[in-house]
Design a protein around this ligand. Structure first.
Ligand code: ARG
Length: 548
């Protein structure tokens, strides 16, 4: 049992409820519980006295000393016992695994076809992949689902553009770029000649009615797009268990819209430009009257999402449905979840909302063609890393790719999901800042030491000074994962890895490992740090390098 968990359990039994510890100020103890505050009323005493009484009950071989500070009970661990309790676990390749047992469907990436994936999708892809990996590690069934935006009026525009301006040669070379070029051209031309918009509407209607030529074109857009997306996924090491598209849910969306109407949860709109549409009645919830089905019978993002949600429940029977989608879609998901609940869906529905991504001053709009191509982002990072490796004389193409791509991944994950992320290349790829390379460099250093150590043995000694600080940090890993698992917050893992790396770099700069009398313990520390950094990288979808 993890020593923190063990002591937490003891404190919980004293408190009479589940409590978590926190970290007291430097020198005041290793872990702390607000037991005095929690028990003051029950004991009919002041917090400090209640804390003193509770402290009496905290007796455990793991505890060397228990001190009262105001309403807090601060504990000092017995270092030998503490080390003993993590000695095997922390160097085990399965360290931090959990026994979860829930099922999750995680909707992530979910780009729109015939358009390049934008940085928002990149964030979704990376965040979703990390959440999926962490949930699986914790023993859950985590199903990754890519829900392609493969329907929408923009296909009308694209068909018009394709018929007029496509260059097959360019299309073969880089399909997504060519589709983007003609899409942008359409919008430029349409500004001068508005009749193009009308034409696009007609083509879209033909597509909806199943016109063979347009359907064939649409299929081609879809395939070409998927090819383009796969390139990125391969480079990132991302994979999905299921790929579906909005177009798979058109029929069901019509049905469920009509069902809502029959059940009195939706109504027919009677005025203005929505006249004749079926709208959900969410007035009572303060979520307006979103359209489900237009008067001409065409479905909409919301009704397709609803149909697809119901399908996910039937098909995978998950406990939790997770949607890793930009914060701007907040209203959409509130509407979606509210309607689903009305229909009796009794699963946990979570919109894991994330903020914007800025890439060094660039603004993004597909319509105007100002797109940051994701491959360019990855390439830029790799180039920066290559330069640094050249300087250090450690360059290899494989490692530059691993560290460069991982630096982008880490940068995305380091930020709390709801906060914006800004890419400044110097920071992203720095070997010394709070970056991916900094973590990976700690890992590489640990590996180098272990390589040199060969078969040398480890054995426990009472940890001192910086040794003790690292031992404690290593033991925190399962607690961090537990927290990330509960709140879907991989940034806590990223920050923990930074913290551990920084402690390790510092330790190694100031302490000899090989040849020191304390080598048997220090070597174990290096092994444990390497193990945690290795698992941590895997869980964050980073790729461990050999040399840096
Ligand atoms: N394709 C959508 C977009 O790019 C994201 C889809 C997210 N998933 C969902 N089930 N709505 O904005």
């Amino acid at each position: 049992m993890n020593p923190y968990k063990e002591v937490e359990r003891l404190a919980s039994s004293v408190a009479g409820r589940d409590i978590r510890g926190s970290f007291p100020p430097e020198g005041k103890g290793d872990y702390a519980f607000p037991l005095g505050f929690l028990l003051a009323r029950e004991f009919g005493k002041k917090p400090e006295e209640a804390a003193r009484e509770a402290a009496e009950k905290l007796r455990h071989p793991l505890l060397a000393e228990v001190k009262v500070e105001g309403g807090y009970v601060n504990v000092f661990f017995d270092r030998d016992e503490f080390l003993k309790s993590v000695w095997e676990e922390a160097v085990d390749p399965n360290y931090g695994r959990g026994e979860g047992g829930k099922a999750f469907v995680i909707d992530y990436s979910s780009p729109n076809i015939a358009k390049p994936m934008h940085v928002g999708h990149l964030r979704s892809t990376i965040l979703g992949e990390a959440v999926k990996r962490i949930l699986s590690w914790r023993g859950h069934r985590a199903i990754g689902l890519n829900y392609l935006g493969d329907i929408g009026t923009q296909f009308g525009a694209l068909i018009v553009a394709f018929k007029r301006w496509v260059d097959e040669e360019r299309l073969r070379k880089d399909p997504i770029k060519e589709l983007l070029r003609i899409y942008v051209k359409f919008h430029e031309e349409a500004e001068r000649d508005p009749s193009l918009e009308e034409e696009a509407r007609k083509e879209f209607e033909k597509l909806e009615r199943g016109d063979p030529e347009n359907v064939a074109l649409w299929k081609r857009f879809r395939e070409l797009s998927l090819e383009g997306f796969e390139r990125i996924y391969r480079r990132l090491g991302v994979s999905f268990d299921v790929v579906v598209g909005e177009s798979d849910f058109v029929e069901e969306a019509r049905k469920v819209s009509r069902e809502l109407l029959e059940k009195g949860m939706a109504k027919i709109w009677e005025e203005g430009d929505k006249k004749g549409a079926i709208v959900a009645d969410l007035e009572g919830e303060g979520l307006n009257h979103p359209v489900l089905l237009k008067s001409d019978g065409t479905t909409i993002y919301l009704s397709r999402d609803l149909a697809s949600l119901l399908w996910r429940v039937r098909e995978f029977n998950p406990d939790v449905l997770l949607y890793v989608v930009a914060i701007e879609q907040n209203l959409h998901f509130r509407q979606l979840f509210t309607v689903a609940k009305k229909l009796g869906v009794d699963r946990e529905l979570v919109h894991l909302a994330f903020g914007m991504v800025h890439v060094e001053g660039m603004r993004l709009s597909t319509r105007r063609g100002q797109v940051v191509f994701l491959e360019d982002i990855l390439d830029t990072a790799v180039n920066h890393v290559r330069e640094e490796m050249m300087k250090r004389g450690t360059y290899s193409a494989e490692d530059a790719e691993r560290v460069g791509v991982s630096s982008v991944v880490f940068w995305m994950l380091k930020a709390e999901p709801k906060k914006d992320v800004t890419f400044r290349w110097k920071d992203v790829t720095s070997f010394t800042g709070e970056s991916g390379p900094y973590v990976q460099y700690a890992y590489v250093r640990a590996k180098n030491i272990l390589r040199k150590a060969g078969e040398a043995n480890t054995s426990p000694l009472t940890p001192e000074g910086e040794e003790w600080e690292i031992v404690k940090k290593v033991a925190l890993f399962p607690l961090v994962l537990e927290e990330v698992e509960k709140k879907y917050t991989p940034h806590l893992l990223a920050r923990y890895l930074l913290d551990l790396s920084s402690a390790f770099h510092h330790f190694y700069d100031h302490n000899r490992v090989l040849g020191d009398p304390r080598e048997p313990l220090r070597l174990w520390i290096v092994k444990a740090v390497k193990n945690v950094l290795e698992i941590g990288q895997e869980l964050l979808a980073m790729k461990p390098p050999e040399r840096m």
